[in-house]
Design a protein around this ligand. Structure first.
Ligand code: SAM
Length: 256
């Protein structure tokens, strides 16, 4: 079987089409037990000779849900526009943008299973997205709209995401970032304006039952930002209980 078909089949086999309370109109192929799936992915990785990544694609993270909700409720922001969803996971924000009327949507994630997941989810929503699996964070995008959900949970990724989105904003893109207060969300956010806040029920991957999650719009004129980090690093509750650190597992968490 070719690798793309195998990846799509894997996504379909380990998820079910479901919705979240915030996005009842956006069905996605998600897993009910991401930690269990993560453990079962070891077999696949051994067979393919790849590394095991946390299956980010099998959940819709609060930051992504928030931006997807905001885009669906403000279609004027994306209608007829070229949209780039960076660190796209399941592709939910890009798919929301496509459903809201974007002319062209690219979803970018370095995990091949995220590409497969976005394609499977786009098909479930009757829209088309173009996957990009190159690491583009050191490049400049010419997209009209850049959307980012939940990408400030790891220092290595946050340190590269911030300059990427600030370059995009300076080049004229509308940049929307959704985040539930992850450890490496930039502080202070003098060039960010909060445009929405949602209370999002979360799974047992997270601490607590609900995450208060913001959507920010970056101002084009960026002021110098100090990348202060909060001290408490994010780790899923069950991984902590098992004595594992997510920060040590995923490629996403490696310092480049
Ligand atoms: C917490 S998930 C968020 C997924 C989605 N945006 C959401 O909100 O549901 C973070 C994603 O960042 C991706 N990622 C990590 N490093 C990346 C990079 N250098 N370029 C693009 N995506 C990256 C991971 O593979 C993962 O899918």
């Amino acid at each position: 079987m070719n690798p793309d078909a195998e990846a799509e089949q894997f996504v379909r086999a380990h998820t079910r089409l479901s919705t979240t309370p915030l996005l009842p109109e956006l069905p996605l192929h998600l897993s009910d037990d991401v930690v269990d799936l993560w453990e079962r992915m070891t077999d696949r990785a051994a067979a393919l000779g790849t590394t095991v990544e946390l299956p980010y694609w099998a959940s819709s993270w609060p930051g992504g849900q928030a931006v997807a909700r905001y885009v669906l409720d403000h279609p004027d922001l994306v209608v007829g526009k070229r949209v780039l969803d960076v660190a796209s996971g399941s592709g939910l924000i890009g798919i929301a943008a496509a459903r809201a009327g974007a002319a062209h949507v690219q979803v970018n994630d370095i995990d091949k299973l995220c590409e497969a997941s976005a394609l499977v989810n786009a098909a479930a929503n009757g829209v088309t997205v173009e996957p990009l699996t190159d690491d583009i964070l050191d490049a400049t995008t010419d997209a009209d709209v850049v959307v980012v959900g939940d990408a400030f949970y790891a220092k290595g990724l946050a340190d590269r995401m911030l300059p990427f989105v600030r370059r995009a904003a300076r080049a004229g893109a509308l940049v929307l970032v959704g985040d539930p207060g992850r450890a490496y969300l930039p502080q202070p956010r003098t060039d960010w304006r909060r445009v929405a806040t949602y209370r999002i029920p979360v799974t047992d991957l997270e601490q607590g039952e609900v995450k208060v999650t913001g959507v920010w719009r970056l101002r084009a004129r960026s002021l110098p930002l100090r990348a202060e980090q909060q001290r408490d690093a994010y780790q899923p509750r069950r991984a902590r209980a098992a004595g594992r650190s997510v920060a040590g597992r995923g490629r996403a968490n490696r310092k480049p």
